[in-house]
Write a protein that binds this ligand. Structure first.
Ligand code: ATP
Ligand code: MG
Length: 679
């Protein structure tokens, strides 16, 4: 497409942002005003101007958003050119850099990524080494504190210097030990990805210079949710050129709990002098009724840049606040409403509906009901599947294959299933690790170490090491992952061992099914790749999946209702949106009240409302079961903001029309189907 044609599809303000290719540009604007569209079109415009695609780096908040952006871009420019643009999350970009250059920091390029439970393990180990009795010590709190420090680019010595309380001082000590242990295991936690890229760029100016030459044009979506580490990396990377375009909305800042710093966006003109600042007010997403509700909600927040959203999409249907008897009837109402709306409006498909909630656990009731009503749905995030013990064990087996220094993974699997390596062997591995500064896996394979074991244990250790050596070679070649992984897990004794880990036969069978499902997921991953992937690449994809809001691994393009948290819905849009459990202590979250972050909760509510294009239902149940107990609820104070002028208060009975004869027949047929399948 020609340059001018690209800009013609934007309004004048959007076009001025997209058409300004050199120097810093900030688009600060409300929801649905086309910020993401500006980013995509700006990339297309740059390509049309002849800027090489390899020089363009676009960063967004989730992998899903990055993928969508690439798809949109592919409609504007030739796909083979779109493919050459680097688009991804901060974390995926950082991994890419580290795979290439991490050796300069003393790590091996085969590093693995520690997930939350690995982190806990390492932290416990650190506590043990410091002789700190962690049983009563809030290690979970230390863990998040370390995360916050890293996001502020605090190294252990900075943490120590800034520690005000004894707790913080101990936490800083733990941080130091934790970091040493992780490094020894050639393992990175999530926040390390940013921290280490920062170290790389500051300690090795030549490397930074190389990346500055490679990526001369930067674009960042959802800039309001960047943290100090991300900001600094961007600042370093843009250098004097400052070819940087950021877009965001201060009203949608919802990640301060993870270190996001709103002053990055509000202070942009100071950080990048001479910045062109563009404001957008026309919303292209939602009806006026929905925008009225959004404006009222966000308008009640103090300390904000006044913005009024408007659209010319007409008033549309009023926003509805629906009160139901309990959580169950809430879910039933949603299911029936989806069916009814689909009947009345044939243009609507399942994928046009989204159900949003404040916390993951609220999805359970919805899932159960939708399943019963035979409504296809897709649960986004809350990657419970990958958190199952048997899957984590399988992943640990694989991680060790890629990174033999990964003690944490070795400890996890050595006795899973039991293979005659008793606690004593494990203890001497731990001692040997400290004394010899060698990875446990290396020790295990050494004859000297094996000599200390019983003959049976020694044989087990030898066999273990041999299978690993064999498969390390096999995996050196990319491709055929699912097949090789199955063979490996068989030969290393994991698959048949499940029966010995989970003594109950039914349980063991279920676990085996899950591992099979895991293999299926790997097959699907392989099918999605353009080239045969390496095991490393797969594990990386898995780790990134854990992070980035867990918005991933949806199964392609099936037509299904989307269930997700409000956090995960950022940047997305749906014709019909249901927000459930608008109740006090749920939304706003009870923790928010304690921590005084009600304003952030309100912004979160604003994000929820502004996902809707045509129909918005806010639901509240009079009673809700939580942690096994049913309690009466109070409506969310947020609902009080929505006066009768902006929202209609109603009940399921008023909205659902009586079922037609046809529908009754269909419902009966469904019930029979279920009864049959239960037999
Ligand atoms: P959010 O704050 O939720 O991330 P956003 O500002 O990024 O929203 P987009 O997702 O880019 O908004 O745009 C919202 C919708 O409006 C999209 O469907 C987009 O295609 C459409 N849109 C934006 N600008 C225009 C335009 N100039 N002409 C037609 N449609 C537009
Ligand atoms: Mg957007």
């Amino acid at each position: 497409m020609e340059k001018d044609e690209i800009l013609k599809q934007l309004n004048p303000e959007q076009a001025s942002a997209a058409g300004t290719v050199n120097g810093p540009v900030l688009v600060l604007a409300g929801a649905g005003t086309g910020k993401t569209r500006v980013i995509t079109f700006r990339i297309a415009y740059m390509l049309a101007c002849g800027i090489p695609p390899q020089m363009i780096l676009g960063m967004t908040f989730t992998n899903k958003a990055a993928r969508e952006m690439r798809e949109r871009l592919a409609q504007l420019v030739q796909p083979q050119i779109a493919r050459k643009v680097t688009l991804g999350t901060f974390h995926s970009f950082c991994i890419k850099i580290l795979r290439r250059d991490i050796a300069k920091l003393g790590y091996l390029p085969s590093f693995t990524i520690a997930d939350e439970s690995d982190q806990q393990g390492v932290l416990k180990q650190a506590a043990g080494q410091l002789g700190c009795n962690y049983e009563g010590f809030p290690l979970g709190e230390v863990q998040s504190m370390i995360g916050r420090w890293k996001n502020k680019l605090f190294f252990p010595e900075d943490a120590r210097r800034h520690a005000d309380t004894t707790f913080e001082a101990t936490a800083a000590q733990l941080y130091e030990e934790y970091q040493t242990l992780l490094e020894m295991q050639n393992s990175l936690d999530f926040d390390d990805m940013l921290l280490l890229v920062y170290r790389l760029f500051t300690e090795h100016p030549d490397v930074l210079e190389r990346y500055r030459e490679t990526y001369q044009y930067l674009l960042i979506d959802e800039y309001q949710d960047t943290n100090a580490a991300q900001f600094t990396i961007v600042k370093l990377l843009t250098g004097d050129r400052c070819n940087l375009c950021v877009v965001g909305d201060d009203d949608q800042s919802i990640y301060s709990w993870r270190g996001a710093d709103i002053s990055n966006i509000l202070g942009f003109p100071d950080h990048f002098p001479g910045a062109k600042v563009v404001k957008l007010e026309q919303n292209y997403r939602s009806t006026t009724s929905i925008l009225n509700a959004a404006n009222v909600v966000i308008g009640s927040n103090a300390n904000r840049h006044e913005k009024q959203l408007w659209s010319n999409l007409g008033d549309g249907e009023p926003v509805k606040i629906v009160t139901t008897e309990n959580g169950e009837s809430e879910a039933e109402f949603i299911g029936s409403m989806i069916t009814q709306m689909k009947n009345d409006k044939p243009e609507l498909r399942y994928q046009d509906f989204a159900i949003l909630y404040r916390s993951n656990h609220l999805s359970r009731q919805l899932e159960q009901t939708l399943r019963r009503q035979q409504i296809p749905y897709r649960l986004v995030g809350g990657q419970e599947f990958f958190k199952r013990r048997e899957i984590k064990d399988a992943v640990a087996y694989l991680k060790l294959l890629v990174n033999p220094c990964d003690d944490q993974s070795l400890l996890r699997i050595l006795g899973t299933p039991p293979r005659g390596l008793a606690q004593k062997a494990v203890d001497s591995l731990k001692t040997g690790r400290r004394a010899k500064h060698k990875p446990m896996f290396e020790l295990l394979a050494e004859e000297e170490f094996q000599k200390e074991l019983t003959p049976k244990a020694a044989a087990a250790a030898r066999e273990f090491a041999e299978v690993y050596a064999k498969y390390k070679e096999r995996f050196a070649e990319p491709g055929a992952l699912a097949w090789k992984i199955t063979e490996f897990l068989k030969e290393i004794g994991y698959l048949d061992g499940l029966q010995r880990i989970y003594k109950d036969l039914k349980d063991a069978m279920k676990r085996r099914e899950n591992v099979d499902e895991f293999i299926t997921a790997i097959t699907q991953y392989e099918e999605r790749q353009a080239e045969p992937p390496t095991l490393e690449a797969y594990l990386e994809n898995l780790a990134l999946l854990e992070e980035s809001d867990k918005v991933e691994e949806e199964t392609g393009t099936v037509d299904a209702v989307t269930l997700m948290t409000v956090h995960a819905s950022k940047g997305l849009e749906f014709p019909v949106v249901f927000v459930v459990a608008m109740e006090r202590n749920i939304f706003p979250h009870e923790r928010a009240l304690e921590e005084g972050s009600v304003e952030e909760e309100l912004r979160l509510f604003y994000v929820a409302i502004t996902r809707a294009r045509k129909y918005l239902y806010l639901l509240r149940a009079k009673e809700r079961m939580q942690r096994g107990i049913t309690r009466a609820t109070l409506p969310s104070p947020f609902l009080h903001l929505l006066t009768d002028e902006v929202a209609e208060r109603t009940t399921p009975e008023e909205l659902l029309r009586p079922a037609s004869e046809d529908e009754v027949r269909q419902a009966f047929a469904n019930i029979f189907k279920i009864l049959k399948s239960d037999q």
